[in-house]
Design a protein. Structure first.
Length: 123
């Protein structure tokens, strides 16, 4: 469960409290967590798709980074469903993320299709 979800669930019901709880909204953004996400993305720039010669961040293959205290998860898509380099890229992403986070990272491949327009490409 993400921290944002936990903050929303922990917030009192609006029917119980006449004033809105702004502390839950403020707690939803954690500058330290965002800095860590950006550091992970920076490390992932060294992972290059061998067929396209562009990194996974530039190609917009990384969809979500979920940072935990003991383990984390990176959700991503591939440029093609049967990418021959998938195993190698997943391992490189895992290694790069673990070098920043210093704990285990799970890489999940999503079933959604990659669209070059997400990366600003117009082929």
């Amino acid at each position: 469960m993400s921290d944002i979800t936990q903050a929303v669930e922990a917030a009192p019901n609006s029917a119980d409290s006449p004033t809105p709880n702004t502390s839950a909204a403020v707690a939803a953004f954690d500058p330290g967590r965002r800095a860590t996400e950006l550091a992970v993305l920076d490390a992932l720039r060294s992972v290059v798709d061998p067929e396209l010669g562009m990194d996974v961040v530039e190609l917009a293959l990384i969809r979500q980074i979920i940072i935990g205290t003991e383990s984390s998860e990176i959700k991503m898509v591939l440029t093609t469903p049967f990418c021959p380099y998938a195993g190698s890229m997943v391992q490189q992403i895992k290694d790069q993320a673990e070098s920043v986070l210093e704990h285990s990272v799970k890489v999940t491949l999503l079933a959604e299709r990659w669209d070059p327009r997400d990366a600003g490409l117009t082929w």
